[in-house]
Design a protein around this ligand. Structure first.
Ligand code: BG6
Length: 495
């Protein structure tokens, strides 16, 4: 592939022994190497607290890549990458460690011709974001004339608006906004990038994309897994902060924003922020009536009995953290006035799926709409995962002599054919950081608005709790979630 920018860099991973590095980052790098998409001038330095030699570390990474990568382990490809991976052990707060790191990076620059370019990847617990940034600044590793110094921050970007602002100031004191890459891995998913294409590269959809033709939009992201090993983290998070404030808000903005004036990064981000600003303000009464929380109890996932949230490892037996959230929102602009956006996410639900359902309105009671009172609505479903594709439902004549109308469903699945192995989100995102393209990363004001929104809700929720647990594992969440739509004469589509 011909790319006209200098991709060369050393990727410096803080948190080199962590789960994210083993499962996602290294597999993504291997997959890029597999497709010959890694720059020739490239190396990785992983930092962790445990003591390993380069060889020991490389062997561990090989094992993880073999397990998690979408391309099979091929020695020829792996060996090219293997020798470019280095490991250093030091405590992220220890000055001496940064001195050693700097020396190693300088020598690798000479070896690999990486021109002083760095991608610092913070794959660590959030309490380390600030000390690492401070140390990089203190050791003058944050900027360099004629080289690019970029920093990638994993979620969570703050615990609330206040802490996010504080963190942002710290990072901004060392790196300029264009060099800060705030990860939302949902933006790296194929079908999320496709939302803009579906909307703006098809006359068919964009002309109907408004309150005249759309009845409601549903964004659902359900998981079968519980909190797994992350009880400690989840106890300070919950579904609203873990999924809605970031991932689902990004989906919402892409589905509902106005067309940007160009496809340039800042023009797209400007429209996303405008959309966040247009979300109708929610009062405490509105929140109590139109937002639902849940926490899973015991139940069955497939044939397996599973524990309740309060019985999970590192979770308080009296925890009031929500593992499910559903809500109705309105967007106050000409395009969307009056159209409800229903959002739902949760753990230990009946299936794993993320999709956006656009339900169109019925036409006037004329012709077939007069004769048949049970015509199904037109539906457009953007399937994000596990299936990636588009589902479209229209009405057609039932073949035969009787006059009947039936829904016809067209289902395009782009990752169903076995040979189609979509890139993992992290592949795309890491490649974009190397290119210096921040379109698929969140700008500070996007984070700011989404935290403002989440804080308003949490403030109200903090003071009164439902009687948890209030849904069984393996179900579709608390009954109040269904009632939320039933009151409006609607229901959740599980298409
Ligand atoms: C993460 C959340 O950001 O997204 C997890 O912290 C969640 O709790 C995960 O399971 C879901 O991601 P995906 O890509 O599996 O939908």
């Amino acid at each position: 592939m011909e790319i006209n920018v200098d991709l060369s860099c050393i990727m410096v991973i803080f948190g080199g022994t962590g789960d994210l590095t083993h499962r996602k980052l290294m597999s993504a790098i291997y997959n890029l190497a597999f497709q010959d998409m890694l720059p020739k001038n490239f190396a990785i330095v992983s930092i962790g607290r445990r003591i390993f030699t380069n060889d020991q570390y490389r062997n561990q990474i090989r094992e993880s890549v073999g397990k998690y990568s979408r391309f099979a382990m091929e020695d020829e490809k792996w060996n090219k990458l293997r020798n470019k991976i280095y490991y250093l052990d030091f405590d992220f707060r220890d000055n001496d460690g940064y001195v050693t790191l700097k020396k190693l990076l300088d020598s690798l620059d000479n070896k690999y011709n990486t021109n002083g370019n760095r991608m610092y990847y913070l794959a660590v617990a959030p309490e380390y974001f600030e000390p690492i940034v401070e140390k990089l600044k203190f050791h003058s590793m944050n900027t360099h004339e004629n080289s690019n110094r970029r920093i990638v921050i994993e979620k969570p970007f703050g615990r609330d608006l206040k802490s996010a602002m504080y963190l942002n100031e710290k990072i901004k004191s060392a790196f300029s906004e264009e060099n800060i890459y705030r990860i939302d891995h949902y933006l790296g998913k194929e079908m999320i990038q496709n939302i803009m294409v579906i909307r703006f590269a098809n006359v068919l959809f964009e002309s109907l994309w408004n309150n005249k033709y759309i009845d409601n939009i549903q964004i659902s992201s359900s998981e079968r897994v519980g909190v797994e090993t992350r009880g400690g983290y989840y106890e300070s998070s919950g579904a609203l902060k873990d999924m809605i404030q970031n991932h689902i808000f990004q989906l919402l903005s892409l589905v509902a924003m106005e067309p940007p004036i160009s496809l340039h990064t800042e023009d797209i981000r400007d429209e996303k922020v405008k959309l966040f600003k247009s979300i109708e303000k929610v009062t405490p009464e509105y929140i109590m009536e139109n937002m639902v929380r849940g926490q899973y109890g015991r139940g069955k996932i497939g044939s397996k009995e599973v524990l309740a949230y309060r019985e999970e490892n590192k979770v308080s037996p009296t925890s009031n953290i929500e593992t499910f959230a559903a809500m109705k929102l309105y967007i106050q602009n000409y395009r969307w006035a009056g159209v409800p956006f229903y959002i739902r996410t949760g753990k230990r639900l009946a299936s794993k799926s993320t999709e956006i359902v656009i339900q169109f309105k019925s036409a006037e009671k004329l012709l077939y709409f007069k004769e048949f009172d049970n015509l199904e609505p037109n539906l457009l479903v953007i399937r994000i995962q596990p299936q990636e594709g588009i589902f479209f439902q229209i009405n057609g004549k039932k073949p035969g002599v009787e006059s009947a109308i039936i829904p016809i469903q067209m289902n395009f699945c782009q990752n169903c054919p076995l040979e189609n192995n979509s890139p993992e989100a992290y592949e795309r995102l890491l490649f974009d950081v190397m290119k210096g393209d921040s379109t698929l990363f969140t700008r500070w004001d996007e984070v700011e608005y989404s935290w403002k929104f989440a804080d308003t809700i949490l403030e109200v929720w903090r003071n009164n709790h439902p009687n948890y647990p209030n849904y069984d594992s393996g179900s579709w969440g608390p009954k109040e979630s269904d009632e939320l739509l039933k009151r409006d004469g609607r229901f959740w589509w599980n298409v």
